[in-house]
Design a protein around this ligand. Sequence first.
Ligand code: 5GP
Length: 190
Amino acid sequence: MENNKTKLFVISGPSGVGKGTLLKSFLEKHAKNVRLSISFTTRQPREGEIDGVNYFFTDEEKFKAAISNNEFLEWAKYSDNYYGTKEAYVYKKLSEGYNLILEIDTQGAFQVKNKIKDASLIFIMPPSIDELEKRLRGRNTETEEAIKKRMDFVKCEIENSKDFDYVIINDNIERALDELTFVFEKEIAN
Ligand code: 5GP
């Protein structure tokens, strides 16, 4: 019998781990039945970012009103900005026949799991924390304090990954992509 059920996947992992590249390849391979969820945020668009494509850009007043109205499946505050996933958006995509990927932080991931038990939480792990720190420093774009703050957050995210359903080490993009594909196919067959 054909399985028409669609599933929700949450993908978390420290920035600099190569999550973006991995997801881009994955989405190209599964363009037919997978979509990436678009979050709401109060942060300013970066150069090249488009409203409704990268994020739905909004302001703090509207975001807080949406929190009060219980419109978010999950939300978090990160570096003075709010980020969140609207519940109605998620159910709309799922009912349109798409499996949906949320690329959000671990706090948001746990909020999703609390509400949707069969969501799969996948953590993309850097092969080494030292390497990740080196890479961040190599960019030369941030102050020592900012790097320290970011590394503390990374360590906290890695700690939280213990409660994820799957952990994929991104030591090699092709191998990580195979593993992600394996997990995805196994989950949608269930
Ligand atoms: P950025 O500002 O670099 O686009 O994203 C910063 C962080 O916010 C990333 O770790 C990203 O995964 C997280 N993020 C983006 N959208 C959401 C969301 O809707 N909910 C939560 N909880 N985190 C989000």
